[in-house]
Design a protein around this ligand. Sequence first.
Ligand code: GTP
Ligand code: MG
Length: 329
Amino acid sequence: MSQNTIPSPGPIREYVRLREEVLQTLDGMMSIEATSRASLGELREKIATDTFNLVVVGQFKRGKTCLINALLGAELLPVSVVPLTSIVTILTYGTSLEVKVFTRDGRATFVEPDRIAEYVTEQGNPQNVKNVREVVLTYPSEYLKDGVRLVDTPGVGSVYQHNTDVAYQYLPKSDAALFLLSVDQPVSRAELDFLKDVQQYSGKIFFLLNKIDYLTGKDLEDCLEFSEKSLRDVMGQEVKIFPVSAKLALDGKIADDPELLARSRLTEFSRTLDRFLMNEKGKVLLLSATNSLLRLLAQARLEVELELRSLTIPLEDLKEKVRYFEEKK
Ligand SMILES: Nc1nc2c(ncn2[C@@H]2O[C@H](COP(=O)(O)OP(=O)(O)OP(=O)(O)O)[C@@H](O)[C@H]2O)c(=O)[nH]1
Ligand SMILES: [Mg+2]
């Protein structure tokens, strides 16, 4: 990341001021009984620690997990030709590689990194029999500095409905999304419907067309053009798609082979992502925090309205009875 892109003190001061305002609003909301304290507490912690969830999403088998490995330049997470990732897997900064498994009963256990597939994959943990909520890996990568968390989600649309459900449940926590398409499967209706859902939650979406090593020349151009047109219709504006090969990028980084890395075209995307994380992350974080607050407020309002309605009905009944009593009197 180049030094001259570091934001000047003005925007940083403005960011700190706005963040304080959001935190104060959040504290104010704690006094509204109908709001979920747990959700507010979680959101507060996220904003106070500048945690930014960069979530990798897409249909099954587009290469999401492989892309995360490629960005970090190491084979950290298991990939496969069959639907695989079944549990949300979070990569966060740490001085060494450590893997912690969080179960739904609130327990957390460290496991050896080479045993991760036993927890996060459909094969190792079918139908989530191990009751895993999420798995957190710490890793010393520049990408994960300053609160950025790379989040791998299960692919949507496979025969495993529970994998789709897990991916959907994580969407509200996404600040920005990496939306993966791949050249071996032209964009489908289901993919576009999923994009509409992602759009509701993510302050920023990056589009990647993966597996470009399968195509060359005109075929790749046609594929890109078709994908761009399909996405434009949903997004209502021009979209930029980054053509990449996660596989070549990972191989290139592991073998330290600049030719493979150049063919992967990952560097163009990485530079854009670096710039975004350096210059726009704060703005997008506050935007998605504000959206989460609005959603929580809307929920609270609905609950208050329901309570009011349940109070008004007996009141009407009571008035009717008083009228009847007066009449008889
Ligand atoms: N040729 C080629 N294969 C790739 C590339 N990226 C991923 N793959 C392969 O595609 C398959 C799926 O990769 P994954 O990373 O497991 O895909 P995923 O989207 O995480 O899959 P789910 O977790 O099941 O949704 C694996 O066999 C990968 O080796 C690529 O750039 N080129
Ligand atoms: Mg995966």
